[in-house]
Design a protein around this ligand. Structure first.
Ligand code: NDP
Ligand code: MG
Length: 395
């Protein structure tokens, strides 16, 4: 039977790649609901092509969307609005699969709603898991949801782990013969920049990733290595291991997407051309495999695969994220919120590139770290961190 899909963040880079995969498999999947935030014209095009039953936009965009849809004779599409609308579509009984591809903290409540509705959740929105780690993973267990990693590294690790790994005890220790996770990082566009050069980089340069084409926020995160920091936290929660079992390896070619080491000396790697359609298709069809347009890897054109240690002096964001994971509690949510504000300020030309980690660190130092035992407490910390980071941007 065909699976009915809800795409949260359909107008984004992951949303578009998801549509590409679904389009290739019309018998297996149908688009039931989609959500957008600012790109209404693109959303209307998506509605014309995929005919979803429900769409969600912010309240102030509803009139504009209604007019566009009426012009296209698409009045039968139901429009829901705002955060309540996002939470509703993520948990509709008609929906089987939810692609969580909203960027940032805005995705937390809808992703959690999908988990609590016991859906098959394809997780791209790493910030949601970084903020709510234990709470989200507990909800996956309690509500019998299936949480599948879309982030290419985590999808790679998932593919390299032994079968049944997720049924094993969650105690921070690797198990079933696993000894370590190697999380690969491309190093971003400024891998070989000096500190002086880093001070001068522009938003346009930061958004031009050498290997992946992505949304603006994750592109800047890749350039600061905060993306790898968020992914370190993401890996600890997904795979129930403490941070000292995760080694970050810079691998500029982005051919190996991550690795798992075993106690017998084996290292398993997942490889492929860098295209998000592969992990999306894997998460969508798991445990089956489905066709994508991604060409198979031609190893004769990739004769050199390089590996190096990350430099946390030039890229302190990675160190900050590791420390936040060690500290636990609200620290990852504070780190994430401060980073979102600092990245937005950098994209707005209000601060320089090297100020991003400084603002994150100063925000972490200013806020008290408590237990992250409810969504309300997490959202409160997110809010306080945003206001402190905003003040730091202005000062
Ligand atoms: P984009 O910026 O391209 O897309 C973000 C999506 O979220 C858009 O649909 C956008 O709507 C929507 N959105 C933005 N703000 C809000 C908000 N406040 N409320 C509701 N919806 C909102 O991002 P990406 O697709 O690159 O990334 C999405 C997520 O996936 C991120 O968490 C990222 O870290 C993760 N990811 C992305 C990868 C990639 O290759 N792009 C790889 C691995 C993970 P609109 O466009 O209409 O404004
Ligand atoms: Mg990634």
């Amino acid at each position: 039977m065909s699976q009915s899909v809800c795409i949260l963040g359909v107008t984004g880079s992951i949303g578009q790649s998801t549509l590409k995969i679904l389009e290739q498999h019309p018998e297996e999947y149908s688009v039931f609901a989609v959500t957008a935030h600012s790109r209404i014209v693109e959303l209307v095009e998506i509605c014309k092509q995929y005919r979803p039953k429900v769409v969600v936009v912010p309240a102030y965009k509803v009139d504009e969307l209604q007019q566009f849809l009426a012009r296209e004779n698409l009045n039968d599409i139901e429009i829901l609005q705002g955060e309540a609308g996002l939470i509703e579509v993520a948990s509709l009984p008609e929906v089987d699969v939810v692609m969580a591809a909203i960027v940032g903290a805005a995705g937390l409540l809808p992703t959690l709603a999908a988990v609590k509705a016991g859906k098959r959740v394809l997780l791209a929105n790493k910030e949601a898991l970084v903020m709510s780690g234990d709470l989200m993973m507990q909800a996956v267990h309690d509500y019998k949801a299936t949480l599948l990693p879309v982030d290419s590294e985590h999808n790679a690790i998932f593919q390299c782990l032994p079968e049944g790994y997720f049924q094993a005890e969650r105690n921070g220790q690797p198990k079933m013969g696993v000894s370590r996770v190697l999380l690969t990082a491309s190093g971003g566009p400024f891998l070989n920049h000096t500190l002086e050069q880093l001070e001068m980089v522009t938003p346009a340069q930061a958004c031009k990733h050498p290997k992946w084409s992505m949304g603006q926020k994750i592109s800047v995160d890749s350039a600061t290595l905060m993306n790898k920091g968020l992914e370190l936290i993401e890996a600890c929660h997904l795979f129930a291991i403490s941070e000292h079992f995760v080694t970050v390896v810079v691998h500029p070619q982005s051919i190996i997407h991550s690795m798992v080491q075993y106690v017998d000396g084996s290292t398993l790697a997942q490889m492929g051309n860098p295209d998000m359609c592969t992990p999306i298709a894997h998460a969508l069809a798991w445990p089956k495999r489905i066709q994508t347009h991604v060409p198979p890897l031609d190893l004769f054109t990739h004769t050199h695969l390089n590996f190096q240690e990350p430099d946390t002096t030039r890229f302190p964001a990675l160190k900050l994220a590791r420390q936040a994971m060690q500290a636990g509690g609200l620290a990852p949510a504070i780190l994430n919120a401060a980073n979102e504000i600092a990245v937005a300020a950098f994209l707005n030309n209000q601060i320089g590139f090297t100020q991003i980690p400084n603002i994150v660190e100063a925000t972490l130092n200013q806020l008290e770290n408590n237990a992250a035992d409810s969504v309300e407490v997490i959202l409160q910390a997110d809010c306080s961190a945003r206001s402190i980071a905003q003040q730091l941007v202005m000062s």
